[in-house]
Design a protein around this ligand. Structure first.
Ligand code: CMP
Length: 139
């Protein structure tokens, strides 16, 4: 069942480069309501667990190192058709292929350091949101 919620992270590259405010503005201007929000940092073990689905990929070590190297912003977002609409707003994984007007077109620097995460399904949105937020932190 669609929950109309998705999960996002503003990744360490975008936080380090000072883009938190502009990215949150693109998210809210895109019609998403923020229902959970925090500045936090993943440990290596957290990043390994969060990205366990990619453990067999050649880029897994690089991904874990990158995602744990500095602070991130984690958020749960609400909107009709949230998962699909948010993936449209963030653009393609590879910023070279991201459409004009997308967050990754504006702020991603490479396929690995691509500024933002967006859940790929309602099921994963719920799992990923619960990874970062207790029930009382979800409004
Ligand atoms: P995201 O879709 O948020 O979650 C999986 C991440 O793996 C993806 O963003 C990229 O940051 C990273 N990733 C995907 N493909 C590659 C790749 N070919 N090389 C390095 N990192 C990648």
């Amino acid at each position: 069942m669609a929950t109309n919620r998705t999960f996002t992270m503003i990744k360490p590259d975008a936080v380090q480069n000072g883009h938190i405010g502009n990215i949150l503005a693109m998210i809210t201007n895109g019609g998403f309501k923020i229902v959970s929000l925090k500045l936090t940092q993943l440990t290596v073990a957290d990043a390994q667990e969060f990205y366990a689905v990619h453990a067999a990929r050649p880029f897994y070590g690089e991904l874990v190192e990158f995602m744990s190297r500095g602070p991130i912003v984690a958020a749960i977002l609400e909107k009709d058709n949230a998962v699909e609409d948010f993936r449209t707003l963030i653009g393609a994984t590879n910023p070279a292929e991201a459409a004009e007007g997308t967050i990754r077109k504006a702020y991603a620097t490479s396929i690995g350091e691509n500024a933002v995460h967006g859940s790929d399904s309602d099921e994963n949105a719920a799992i990923e949101g619960a990874f970062h937020f207790a029930g009382r932190e979800q409004f």
